[in-house]
Design a protein around this ligand. Structure first.
Ligand SMILES: [Zn+2]
Length: 273
């Protein structure tokens, strides 16, 4: 009895973590896979020579969180959606119609074959991910890109499916509201490894791939976005698999300081600059 109960709880806990993250819950991967990016299955372009689109990319600036938010129809909405430093969380939505200007597919291994939107990242982040994965490979570390860009439309479907199957209360507690998933920025990629069987679980942090990723991601402009012990600040559980691109300089400062993006852009942090 106890054993059954424990394993049920473990399943619920695992599912909750995946949902809390706004990352792709395993149970709904079919739904996401069916979302086409307007490309027929089996086709699509591999981008190995991605040039950053400097016109579309606004360089990071150290404006405080209060300076980059405005009320849009009652929803606190970010004013700097295209910035590489944009902070999106449960209090800060992207504009509902926001689609990143320069989405491309990085040439890295994915644990699925479908040509779907979750392969995509913004150009500069995609190039950095290719470089990160290439460096990992030279050190015997096998990484997989599990889930990147997710459109407002996909997140909406996901959320509505949860409301339908689990109830509104459960959906509100465990799934990201459309517009508030960092995956919509095109700057986030969930990464896993061979040893973790490409699953997105907290135990990834203890695998050779997870350890390597945390130690090296900043050199390529990525941070581990949702840190252990920072749940109250980020609003999300620890996610050792969720990489966020911010650029090398900022990533190194954030990772070296054990900071969250919210910490980095707080009034206090900026006052001390
Ligand atoms: Zn994620």
């Amino acid at each position: 009895m106890n054993k059954i109960r424990t394993s049920s709880l473990a399943i619920v806990a695992a599912l909750s973590v995946a949902l809390l993250s706004g990352c792709e819950p395993p149970s709904l991967s079919g739904l996401l896979s069916s979302e086409s990016n307007g490309q027929p299955a089996g086709e699509g372009t591999q981008s190995t020579t991605v040039e950053p689109n400097n016109e579309a990319t606004v360089r990071p600036q150290r404006a405080s969180l209060a300076e980059t938010i405005k009320d849009v129809d009652g929803v606190p909405t970010v004013t700097n959606a295209t910035d590489l430093s944009v902070v999106v969380n449960k209090q800060r939505a992207l504009p509902g119609d926001y689609i990143p200007p320069d989405l491309v597919e990085p040439n890295v291994p994915f644990p699925f074959d479908e040509k779907v939107e979750k392969r995509l990242l913004r150009a500069e982040a995609a190039q950095a991910l290719e470089e990160l994965f290439a460096k990992a490979k030279t050190e015997g570390i096998e990484l997989y890109a599990v889930s990147g860009y997710r459109s407002y439309k996909t997140q909406k479907s996901l959320y509505e499916t949860y409301v339908k199957t689990q109830g509104a209360e459960h959906a509100a507690a465990y799934s990201a509201v459309p517009g508030k998933s960092e995956h919509q920025t095109g700057l986030a990629m969930d990464v896993s490894g061979y040893d973790a069987n490409t699953r997105l679980e907290e135990s990834f942090a203890e695998t050779p791939e997870g350890i390597w990723l945390a130690a090296n991601c900043a050199d390529f402009g990525f941070v581990i976005r949702y840190l252990k012990g920072k749940e109250d600040t980020t609003g999300y559980a620890y996610e050792p698999w969720h990489l966020r691109y911010v650029g090398k300089e900022m990533a190194k400062e954030i990772m070296a300081g054990g900071l969250t993006l919210e910490d980095y852009f707080s009034e206090a942090a900026i006052a001390h600059k």
